[in-house]
Design a protein around this ligand. Sequence first.
Ligand SMILES: Cc1cc2nc3c(=O)[nH]c(=O)nc-3n(C[C@H](O)[C@H](O)[C@H](O)COP(=O)(O)O)c2cc1C
Length: 178
Amino acid sequence: MELMQAIESRRSIRAFKEDAIVTADQIKEMVKAAGLAPTWKNSQTGRYYLAISEDKMEEVRKSLPEFNVNSSKNAKAYIVTAFEGKRAGFDREGNPDNELGDMWGAYDLGLQNENLLLKAREMSLDTLVMGIRDADALRKAFDIPESQIVVSVIAVGVRENDVDMPKRKEVDSILKVF
Ligand SMILES: Cc1cc2nc3c(=O)[nH]c(=O)nc-3n(C[C@H](O)[C@H](O)[C@H](O)COP(=O)(O)O)c2cc1C
């Protein structure tokens, strides 16, 4: 699949096909693509926790509000994304390199996660990024250490139908050329 085709056809999917199959190997391919993204001083602080068994997926559902549980019904896996705090954007002594501090870790994770979403598209899989979730419940369920900041849950499955792209801003309204 061409890059632009993957970028343009990626959508947040809120209706997944019931009879689809997603394997742990496919998720590994997605995480491998995530690991190719640029990161602050190559610090690679993104961390991923895969729920693919029914029991673990049920634990993830308990961390989600009802609307996200409904949207991700029939997803075949959930990936919890996190990053090691106080590394990206920090010096060896643990002092922030600038005013953004741990936002750089979140920035890097976002870059990594977009790779992951696009790799999913290349494999004809679909995703829903969910930022509305209970981080403490996820930390408990996956035994995520306090050094890591829990960020999103990504549901993975196969779209039931194509959906329209939500309206995007015009380039001229987000870019100032000098
Ligand atoms: C950081 C982040 C958090 C999001 N959280 C949710 C969420 O909790 N529930 C949901 O239904 N969609 C969520 N979305 C999906 C956005 O609503 C969606 O990306 C946006 O409307 C644009 O649509 P598109 O992804 O199809 O291009 C989230 C997206 C991002 C990037």
